[in-house]
Design a protein around this ligand. Structure first.
Ligand code: SF4
Length: 98
């Protein structure tokens, strides 16, 4: 009888595939509101895929192609600070392990 032993989280995530909808981001940060409410820095902290990063001028950059579609950013963003929707059909992440 074999026993399944999962790898590390980064190893398991590496099995996923991404169908990137080039030029059609599914995430937009509304910079003024994000800055005023502190949402920008919160997004940087909570995203497990490091989609968000803070530039030296305080602008929040978005690397939407890496999104895991977990919804965490939506749960913490102040109203109006973030527009997020699922990528178009058949686009986005393709999970290989759960
Ligand atoms: S849905 Fe999850 S992975 Fe995607 S940007 Fe938001 S927190 Fe990051």
């Amino acid at each position: 009888m074999s026993r399944y032993t999962p790898g590390s989280v980064p190893d398991r995530l590496a099995h996923n595939m991404y169908e990137v909808d080039e030029g059609n981001p599914h995430i937009e940060v509304h910079q003024d509101i994000a800055r005023a409410t502190g949402t920008g820095r919160l997004l940087v902290k909570v995203c497990p895929a490091h989609v968000y990063s803070e530039e030296p001028d305080g602008t929040i950059s978005v690397e939407y192609a890496a999104c895991l579609e977990c919804g965490t950013c939506l749960a913490v963003a102040a109203p109006g600070a973030l527009t997020w929707h699922y990528p178009a059909s058949a686009m986005g992440i393709v999970f290989r392990e759960g």
